[in-house]
Design a protein around this ligand. Structure first.
Ligand code: F6R
Length: 632
């Protein structure tokens, strides 16, 4: 489909709820190559007419694969950017162009340094401008856009607050380029890049909503499950300054370009029977009935025929009879997902249990992309698996060193240094020397310099200690924790990681050695550039290598969710309940991650929400529930 040529109003029944044209693609690379091909056509067409093209550009992780594709088109297919003028959406205030997190540097590294765009054609808001000159500088930016003839095509991403550019909630339809204060959620999302939320700038300069809507064409890209909710609100909700992306509904040539994960909350995907006919298999019926139950806040068994009919799900009754029968069927399906035996209950009939009874004990391999992910998402389940006699290993896929703030490393190095002085023998003086080196290197690199190998190692060691402590609270001995230190992480940085075959090799070696009966993994729905996604891909790649081996046939993969959108009730194939004591135990385990901001680690709220939802469906009332989906 030609993205650039197909603007306009919604036509099909399927897209009825969508107020901005929305194109769903399989994944970000499919979307980006489509979009890049369209941009290339536009550039070439203008070259033929001896004219310039004005592109509005975005930063962040979303457009990275798009820029890669543009670079490929330049290098391999001779696409020239000599007639391209660019305007970037935004820049952090207070960051110099060569600061490692400045958008100026980002654009040079991700695109400009690799194409033939003339330097003078590049425009990025100036983050270094003094406060009393900001107003003038913003006016000047607007003027330059106008003088260039306006923006032909504006590329956008979307923040979890619904922002486009940095137009945080409250930005008006007519706002122009200006300085704004960043929202808390936006700053938290940038915390990993800046090595802690405290270092994320508070202000930024951004094109306004009005400036953006002034472009002739807008394409907003969104990848990954953590964007699903905000995409749905922006596309299907009402136009509001609480969600600046919703203003795209008022533009007559705007497209949302989203991957499957980011489209998952759109009505046509999430509640497909509302927009057309569907095939009512068991999964779809479970989905519709749990939705009805949540919608009417009635337990499943109390839904009546009218509830089905009034909410567009009457077709189920035509196919399956009275509500009473359908209710019982779905009630049982949901009930059977609940188990206190995540590794299977030995010696029992397992026909309706999520996991088979045999073999027992099982070899269980739990993958944690960052050191804290698994404990946060399935700490209670790990504890049960260990208690129930399984051979559990926790594979920590990346060292997590990039998340450890300098202060934590400073603290450890200072203690080590002092200890060396107190003890005073040869062995400890070597340790003391190492500690002094670390302290010097930390000072020399400053807040945003790259960590030296020594510093990285110390940070990784700090987290190793914390994971071992957390795992121990969940019942795991320290030798059950494996540190994979996947190379992509050691050689990269947040939002710019690149996975290679070497990462798959590491995971394959581990799988081959351990040959698990059960795997717990996450990252299948995360943003494609997220490290969780890359870690997950290393598992998929490794499993693919062994697909003909019998142990893989005998191995079940259970998927858990990290920071992406929460699992809907209908998606859950295994629900592991937790008592208040178990939840407290998990919180204790999570608190062991002292070097990581505690705000990032709070997961009990999620587990409690899942339990409340199950309660609402008419299931037993638990304190909390950890949920899993079986990999198909
Ligand atoms: C950046 C920008 C922002 C980002 C948004 C999503 O220039 O304009 O609106 O597009 O914050 O960021 P990512 O792509 O990192 O999820």
């Amino acid at each position: 489909m030609n993205i650039l040529d197909s603007p306009g109003k919604q036509q099909t029944q399927k897209e009825l709820y969508e107020k901005t044209r929305t194109v769903i693609v399989k994944d970000s690379s499919a979307g980006c190559s489509q979009l890049a091909a369209e941009v290339a056509d536009l550039i070439r067409q203008r070259q033929g007419e001896n004219k310039n093209v004005v592109l509005g550009l975005a930063t962040g992780s979303t457009p990275v694969p798009f820029y890669k594709e543009l670079i490929r088109l330049h290098q391999q297919e001779g696409l020239s950017f000599k007639n391209v003028i660019t305007f970037n959406l935004d820049e952090y205030h207070g960051l110099a162009p060569d600061h490692r997190e400045s958008y100026n540097r980002f654009m040079r590294e991700q695109l400009f340094d690799h194409i033939d765009i003339p330097q003078e054609n590049i425009n990025i808001p100036d983050g270094t401008v003094s406060l009393d000159a900001v107003y003038e500088s913003c006016l000047d930016y607007e003027k330059r856009i106008e003088e260039a003839g306006g923006i032909d095509l504006q590329i956008l991403g979307i923040g979890r607050t619904g922002h486009i550019g940095f137009n945080e909630p409250g930005s008006s339809r007519d706002s122009r380029t200006r300085m704004i204060t960043l929202d808390r959620i936006t700053r938290r999302d940038a915390a990993a890049d800046f090595l802690g939320e405290a270092h994320v700038p508070r202000h930024a300069i951004t094109m306004g909503v009005g400036t953006i809507l002034g472009a002739k064409r807008l394409v907003l890209m969104a990848w990954g499950g953590n964007k699903a909710e905000i995409v749905q609100q922006a596309v299907e909700g009402k136009v509001t300054d609480r969600i600046s992306a919703s203003f795209l509904q008022e533009h007559d040539n705007a497209t949302f370009l989203v991957d499957e994960a980011a489209s998952s909350q759109l009505t046509r995907i999430h509640l497909p029977w509302l927009v057309g006919s569907v095939e009512w298999d068991r999964k779809m019926i479970k989905r519709a009935v749990t939705w009805l139950s949540h919608r009417f806040e009635k337990p499943i068994l109390r839904l009546v025929d009218e509830d089905y009919n009034e909410s567009g799900a009457g077709e189920i009754l035509t196919a399956s009879g009275r509500a009473y029968n359908v209710n019982i069927g779905v009630f049982d399906l949901v009930k059977h997902t609940i188990t206190g035996w995540p590794g299977g209950k030995p010696g029992t009939d397992d026909t309706h249990r999520p996991e088979r009874a045999d073999p027992h004990p099982k070899r269980v391999l739990i993958f944690s992309p960052e050191p804290s992910d698994a404990v946060m998402s399935l700490g209670g389940t790990i504890h049960r698996l260990v208690e129930q006699g399984h051979e559990v290993k926790l594979a920590v896929q990346t060292s997590g060193s990039l998340r450890v703030p300098d202060q934590a490393a400073q603290k450890f190095a200072a203690v080590l240094q002092e200890m060396a002085q107190v003890i005073g023998d040869d062995a400890s003086s070597a340790g003391g020397e190492y500690a002094s080196q670390v302290l010097t290197q930390l000072e020399e690199k400053g807040l945003f310099g790259d960590d030296s190998e020594d510093v990285k190692r110390l940070k990784a060691l700090i987290l190793r200690g914390e994971v071992r402590d957390a795992a121990q609270v969940c019942g795991l001995e320290s030798d059950a924790v494996i540190f994979q230190d996947l190379p992509f992480y050691e050689n990269g940085r947040y939002r710019q990681f690149q996975m290679t075959e070497e990462d798959v090799d590491c995971t394959a070696a581990l799988l081959e050695e351990y040959q698990p009966h059960q795997i717990y993994a996450t990252g299948h729905l995360a943003d494609p550039s997220a490290l969780q996604t890359l870690c997950y891909r290393s598992i998929e790649g490794a499993l693919e290598r062994f697909k003909d081996e019998s142990w893989v046939d005998d191995c079940r993969v259970w998927l858990y969710r990290g920071k992406e959108s929460e699992m809907n009730s209908y998606e859950i194939d295994m629900a592991v309940p937790m008592s208040p004591e178990q939840l407290e135990l998990k919180s204790e385990a999570i608190r062991k991650f002292q070097s990581i901001s505690q705000e990032e680690l709070d997961s009990s709220g999620r587990n409690q929400t899942t339990a409340k939802r199950y309660d609402q469906l008419g299931m037993a009332e638990y304190e909390a529930i950890e949920s899993f989906q079986r990999r198909g």
